[in-house]
Design a protein around this ligand. Structure first.
Ligand SMILES: Cc1cc2nc3c(=O)[nH]c(=O)nc-3n(C[C@H](O)[C@H](O)[C@H](O)COP(=O)(O)OP(=O)(O)OC[C@H]3O[C@@H](n4cnc5c(N)ncnc54)[C@H](O)[C@@H]3O)c2cc1C
Length: 551
């Protein structure tokens, strides 16, 4: 990516064919699709790229076993199609960024033969719906095989497990890879640029947007032929800025995750808990050296805070612990996250958010010309983008050209293979965990970060003991990935914050020093950045009741 100031200048020059508002999965996907079709495109995000739902997901590339069950039980063809599409999209997502997404085995432990039969039939149906897109066939694992694969499962009464295939991915880095690929294709992307209003041209159609630079406070204008609203849970606000007569459509629902050390539940496969007290499912998945447990599904109220509450943590553990030999405790939490699903209302608004279909909708507002992409999920972001840009081209009156994103390797994918981590470990004399981390986060783009060691060999230092993140990676993300804050670096660029709040707090002062050095911050700015960051992490710890003993 280019420097942020360069991107800002480019955003204000000339007229763009398309402006995508929002830089999460939907917006990044739309921007890439539009640019690859030859439309001159600019993307603006009010915060950091992927700073909302798109970095707070369960990180599954999946059709959704639960959605298939829901579709069959309620004879819902729409939901069935959504699962089928997602299962096909799963393949593209895995193939386009093999460093960021991979297939995984999921186990559903069973404690009765009737349940074993039920889940085996269910998973065979899941395979059948995937058809030629299936990753590997589901099967029944004996009790012995199950305990060998997942030794932490509660052994008493266990009959075995049904195994099935789905994918896992690094959501924040996938988003950044989409944006990087978009910029490499000639697009312009700007973070911390909030769209605050529109100006109209011919027949009342939107012709330009006013945006506020959230870092400097300046406002600027962007001239555009067509706007795409891809703002997730913020979609109603933008829809109504374009046309105040529109009714609200979004029904945001909050979901949280907790992370534990991997030793708390050994194994390399993911655990699927098929039934919770509120009729949902939860997952416990090994993720980058941690165990990721989630998620919840609660309709947003004015009191909702983007933290993980004690009650939410206790709920997750209450669902998971009956399956574990050694129950997990809230106090063992090393990190967590909260996000809002951009669900679309299905009309009357009485349905629980957990039952709303995760399908997407492309909405065209004919009085302003705004195209909004509503709902959907990470796994279907590419298809959502294809549908959206088809609609944009139709509205522009020209031909609808084919989308080029099905087989389009993302940044870091070219030349990447499973041996890449070992190659850089040897070539740059890196510790194995650092090489694995760099390869997994950046793919072959890691080479560019490692070239910085020629400029300063001491940048091979870790930013904190216990983290596989080295200083060269931080410098690279500041210079070439538009990282502006400590949180941009620790939460989304490097994933250090998910690895552990403790390690992230330890790393914050050094990260602030590197930011200050690269961005020529004035005196005092790095201290206030550290204080702001640690306050934010402390609010997570307080809400979870993890600071109680320290008061
Ligand atoms: C708890 C949870 C678990 C999930 N798990 C999975 C999963 O395992 N697999 C899966 O496929 N999907 C999953 N999802 C769904 C998936 O994460 C979301 O569907 C997807 O990330 C939504 O992307 P988005 O771009 O539409 O929205 P967001 O990621 O929310 O992005 C919207 C962006 O718009 C920007 N914006 C808002 N207002 C403005 C403005 N005025 N100007 C400029 N920018 C603006 C915001 O800053 C934000 O970055 C999960 C979601 C949640 C919450």
């Amino acid at each position: 990516m280019k420097h942020r100031t360069e991107e800002k200048v480019s955003a204000t020059q000339g007229t763009f064919d398309v402006c995508v508002i929002g830089g999460g999965a939907s917006g990044a996907g739309c921007a890439l699709d539009a640019q690859l079709r030859g439309l001159k495109t600019v993307l603006l995000d009010a915060g950091d790229f992927a700073s909302a739902a798109s970095s707070a997901s369960t990180k599954l590339v999946h059709g959704g076993v639960r959605y298939l069950e829901q579709a069959i039980k309620s004879f819902n063809l729409e939901e069935y199609r959504m699962v089928k599409n997602a299962l096909r999209e799963r393949l593209y997502m895995l193939a386009n960024a093999p460093h960021l997404a991979h297939q995984a085995q999921f186990l559903v432990p069973v404690y009765s033969w009737a349940r074993a039969a039920y889940y085996l039939v269910g998973m065979k149906l899941y395979d059948a719906v995937a058809a030629e897109s299936n990753l590997f066939p589901s099967r029944f694992l004996s009790r012995v095989e199950t305990l060998k694969t997942m030794p932490g499962l509660k052994a008493r009464g266990l009959r075995g497990a049904v195994s099935y295939s789905d994918g896992q991915f690094d959501d924040a880095r996938y988003d950044l890879a989409l944006i990087e690929t978009f910029v490499a294709a000639g697009g312009t992307a700007l973070n911390y640029a909030r769209v605050t209003g529109f100006e109209r041209g011919d027949r009342g159609m939107l012709a330009s947007a006013t945006a506020r630079d959230e870092l400097s406070g300046e406002t600027f204008s962007v001239s555009v032929k067509k706007f795409v609203n891809a703002t997730g849970t913020g979609a109603d606000k933008i829809r109504r800025l374009a046309n105040p007569m529109l009714a609200a459509r979004m029904r945001p629902s909050k979901g949280v995750h907790l992370l534990f050390s991997a030793e708390t539940f050994a194994g390399t496969d993911a655990l699927f808990v098929p039934h919770t007290e509120d009729g949902r499912v939860i997952f416990a998945v090994p993720w980058q050296g941690r165990l990721l447990v989630g998620t919840t599904d609660e309709e947003v109220t004015p009191a909702t805070r983007m933290l993980v509450t004690k009650d939410e943590a206790e709920y997750l553990l209450r669902q998971l612990n009956p399956y574990l030999e050694t129950p997990l405790r809230r106090q063992q939490t090393v990190s967590g996250m909260a996000g809002l699903r951009p669900l679309v209302a299905a009309g009357h608004g009485q349905t629980a958010t957990s039952r709303l279909i995760r399908d997407h909708e492309v909405e065209l507002d004919s009085s302003s010309g705004m195209v909004s992409i509503l709902g959907g999920k990470w796994t279907t972001h590419r298809l959502m983008a294809e549908d959206t840009i088809d609609a944009v081209q139709r509205e522009m009156g020209g031909p609808v050209t084919p989308s080029a994103t099905r087989q389009h390797p993302l940044a870091g994918a070219a030349g990447y293979d499973k041996g890449f981590s070992k190659d850089i470990e040897k070539e740059y004399s890196l510790p194995a965990d650092v090489a694995k981390h760099l390869a997994g986060k950046f793919g072959t783009t890691a080479l560019k970060a490692l070239q910085l060691l020629n400029e300063n060999p001491t940048w091979n230092r870790r930013i904190a003991a216990g983290l596989p993140v080295i200083e060269a990676e931080i410098i690279f993300c500041i210079r070439y990935e538009m990282a502006e804050t400590i949180e941009d670096l620790l939460a989304r660029r490097t994933g250090a914050q998910l690895h552990g709040w403790k390690e992230a707090i330890e790393a914050a002062p050094r990260v602030a020093e590197l930011l200050a050095q690269e961005k020529r911050w004035g005196p005092g700015r790095s201290a206030s950045a550290v204080s702001e960051y640690t306050t934010r992490i402390a609010s997570f710890l307080n809400e979870l009741g993890l600071n109680e003993g320290k008061k």
